[in-house]
Design a protein around this ligand. Structure first.
Ligand code: SAM
Length: 343
């Protein structure tokens, strides 16, 4: 039995993520002119501690770079890309991409979250000129299903509880009109799988694999295209919660009534890629935020952010960053020739 309170606590994590983002923007870590329109004005005075600002910065920058690489695929491949963000919350990535240099690489961007969250986001979009005008002319934006769903030419906001069987919830909110199974598609799970059981997470990933596989195997007969589909995935999550520091992090969340069925205490960095490997993905990699900050962020950026505010807890920062990882993977689907040969 799921309690209403437990679900409300999970949804609340999105407000916290949005506030952290706004704080990092205000302090100059990140540039994001859109997030302010998704945070209620009364809460905008909040300034997060330096440690959280830096964590938010490292996470956002790393995922942005991966998403950019994905969009650049289309240049080589001459196909547009799709992005599906699961548990998207108040994420503003669609707006950043659509106003950036890679906007022409995007075919569609789909966001899924609990209906309460999508309703709030749809309302914020309708209220804000800055958010609305990026979506297209007002007549091209349609809100439906009691305010829980919003469709614009390239943007689709859909309600679903991802813990329910995907054949029920995903099949009813995604179809080939908005998600073309022959285009390269990136699945984003940013801070969401920890709130679901490993089985539920696996079922969601497998649903997408089946969706693309099906299209790859029928292409031969329809003759529509001989280009195989490509599915990419990015997961950002806490891990390594079995150690003392991990326990502190988990207890902090539990104290706020957040249940974490996806937090497997003994998950280590080397087991994270199994999230994708179990579904036939290849080229997987998992890196901690600590590793990314040390080896992948440009020195000039590190210098810039270290001048923004004083950080006293350097050791604590390293410990926190060591408990978050970004895992990515790619799955190529057989061309129709391969599918025919296999039959
Ligand atoms: N991805 C956004 C980000 O990184 O800023 C939001 C992250 S927030 C910590 C987690 C989000 O996942 C919330 O918006 C929450 O409502 C959503 N979420 C958690 N469990 C979910 C579920 N079972 N179905 C749909 N959305 C879910």
């Amino acid at each position: 039995e799921r309690s209403q309170d437990a679900d409300a606590a999970i949804r609340q994590t999105d407000s916290d993520a949005a506030l952290a983002r706004l704080s990092a923007v205000k302090k100059g870590y990140l540039q994001d002119p859109f997030i302010q329109h998704l945070v209620p004005r009364a809460r905008q005075t909040h300034a997060g501690p330096p440690l959280i600002n830096i964590g938010t910065y490292v996470r956002s920058e790393s995922i942005d770079r991966l998403v950019e690489q994905w969009l650049d695929l289309s240049k080589h491949d001459r196909r547009l890309c799709q992005i599906v963000s699961l548990g998207a919350g108040s994420d503003t990535r669609f707006w950043k991409i659509s106003t950036g240099s890679r906007k022409d690489s995007l075919a569609s961007y789909i966001e899924i979250d609990f209906p309460d969250v999508t309703t709030k986001k749809a309302m914020a979009i309708r209220k804000s000129k800055a958010l609305g005008e990026v979506l297209g002319p007002p007549e091209s934006i349609r809100v439906s299903h009691g305010g829980t769903t919003l469709d614009a030419p390239k943007y689709h906001l859909r309600p679903a509880d991802l813990r329910l069987p995907p054949t029920e919830v995903l099949s009813s909110c995604l179809n080939s009109d908005i998600l073309n199974p022959t285009l390269p598609t990136l699945l984003l799970f940013e801070c969401v799988l920890v709130y679901m059981t490993p089985n539920a997470s696996a079922a969601v990933i497998q649903w997408f694999v089946d969706y693309f596989e099906c299209a790859a195997s029928t292409q031969g007969t329809s003759g529509a295209s001989d280009r195989p589909g490509i599915l990419g995935g990015i997961v950002y999550e806490m891990f390594g919660l079995g150690d003392a520091f991990g326990q502190v992090m988990m207890n902090n969340l539990r104290a706020r009534n957040v249940t974490l069925p996806g937090a497997t205490p003994y998950h280590s960095l080397s087991t994270l890629p199994s999230r994708f490997l179990n579904h036939g993905f290849t080229s997987t990699a998992a890196l901690t935020l600590r590793h990314i900050r040390r080896d992948y962020l440009p020195g000039s950026e590190l210098e810039r952010i270290s001048s923004l505010e004083m950080l006293d807890e350097v050791e604590e920062l390293e410990l926190v960053l060591e408990h978050y990882a970004i895992t990515s993977g790619i799955k190529l689907f057989g061309s129709c020739d391969d599918a025919t040969k296999a039959r």
